[in-house]
Design a protein around this ligand. Structure first.
Ligand SMILES: Cc1cc2nc3c(=O)[nH]c(=O)nc-3n(C[C@H](O)[C@H](O)[C@H](O)COP(=O)(O)O)c2cc1C
Length: 161
């Protein structure tokens, strides 16, 4: 299987999860590409929160990838102000539509506050972009050991289907 893992991370928690996910999904000769989403210009916390709440899209660098190339697409970001980090929407507008066959995985890190509504918004948006099979997993930012275990279990289940 060809798997894309793309993510934004400001302080490293989502990056930690993305790298662990890449490690676990690389088993069974799967081809995994890990791509970090980079902002064109820095986005301060205050502006970032406003963008997150308003669903505005900061400019990101072109990742040079095409949806048709992957069987599984994993998209990760931190939760900001009960919303996905605004780069989630920037990425989706660059991406185009999903194919029915693709499995899409949303992963998010947060500190446990109003994250469910953010994840629901992410799933909703992905469905609007044509994704039929959407899975999700989320992690508490301080619980690294638990994150590692949950990723291992999640990857095992994903690869056994
Ligand atoms: C500006 C800002 C807003 C945040 N808002 C929330 C929130 O609404 N709910 C929550 O559970 N965590 C919130 N967090 C915590 C982050 O989602 C969490 O620490 C995450 O793991 C950071 O990911 P990163 O290290 O990959 O950047 C917020 C953090 C920042 C900096």
């Amino acid at each position: 299987m060809k798997i894309l893992i793309t993510y934004y991370s400001k302080t490293g928690n989502t990056e930690f999860a993305a790298k662990k996910l890449a490690e676990e999904l690389s088993r069974n000769n799967n081809q995994v590409e890990l791509k970090k989403i980079e902002l064109k210009r820095p986005l301060g916390m205050l502006k970032g929160i406003l963008y997150a709440i308003m669903g505005r899209k900061p400019e990101i660098l072109d990742l040079g990838i095409s949806p048709a190339d992957y069987d599984v697409v994993c998209i990760g970001c931190p939760i900001w102000a009960a919303n996905p980090h605004p780069t989630f929407y920037s990425f989706l507008s660059q991406w185009g539509s999903f194919s029915e066959a693709e499995t899409v995985v949303v992963f998010a890190t947060h500190r446990g506050n109003r994250y469910k509504e953010a994840i629901n918004k992410m799933i909703q948006r992905l469905k609007e972009k044509g994704a039929k099979k959407v899975l999700f997993i989320d992690f508490l930012d301080k619980e690294k050991e638990k994150t590692v275990k949950e990723i291992k279990d999640f990857a095992e289940k994903l690869l056994s289907h």
